[in-house]
Write a protein that binds this ligand. Structure first.
Ligand SMILES: [Zn+2]
Ligand SMILES: [Zn+2]
Ligand SMILES: [Zn+2]
Length: 144
């Protein structure tokens, strides 16, 4: 009955409501662990790098894209060419005077998803690993 009520509102209501419903459905298929977002290429170069285009409020943590002011945001490793080492200033002070120009990684995603580190080591949990996004390898195919 609830569904029937919603769909009658959907057809009778504004186009805004219909658009939000469609976007929400698309988002549900677009979690960070969805197959298209699980490739090495996406994880290393796009995950939390590409700006999110969703125009409705949603859970940033499970969204694979970057959001304004999000701490998990990564700089593009191709255009910023930072190395895989953690920034000593961020470790010491929590911030870095070099900002985006710094040649060290600034958060756990920049550190673990760096092309020189991502899935180059074995996951300690192996086949029992339940992480949605694991930075380590579980099989020879995953090992880079
Ligand atoms: Zn998002
Ligand atoms: Zn830094
Ligand atoms: Zn794992």
């Amino acid at each position: 009955m609830i569904l029937a009520t919603q769909s009658s509102q959907h057809w009778a209501g504004s186009s805004d409501g219909a658009g939000a419903t469609r976007q929400k459905q698309a988002f549900n298929n677009n979690d960070a662990d969805a197959p298209i977002y699980s490739t090495d290429e996406f994880r290393m170069y796009c995950f939390k790098v590409m700006p999110c285009s969703k125009r409705f409020s949603h859970d940033w943590v499970s969204c694979p894209f970057a959001h304004p002011g999000e701490r998990a945001r990564r700089r593009c490793v191709r255009s910023n060419s930072y190395g895989p080492a953690a920034c000593p200033d961020v470790q010491k002070d929590g911030s870095c005077p070099r900002g985006d120009a710094c040649s060290f990684t600034h958060n756990v995603f920049e550190f673990h998803l760096h092309p020189q580190r991502y899935r180059t080591q074995w996951c300690h949990d192996g086949s029992k690993c339940t992480r949605k996004i694991c930075f380590f390898a579980h099989s020879l195919e995953e090992l880079r």
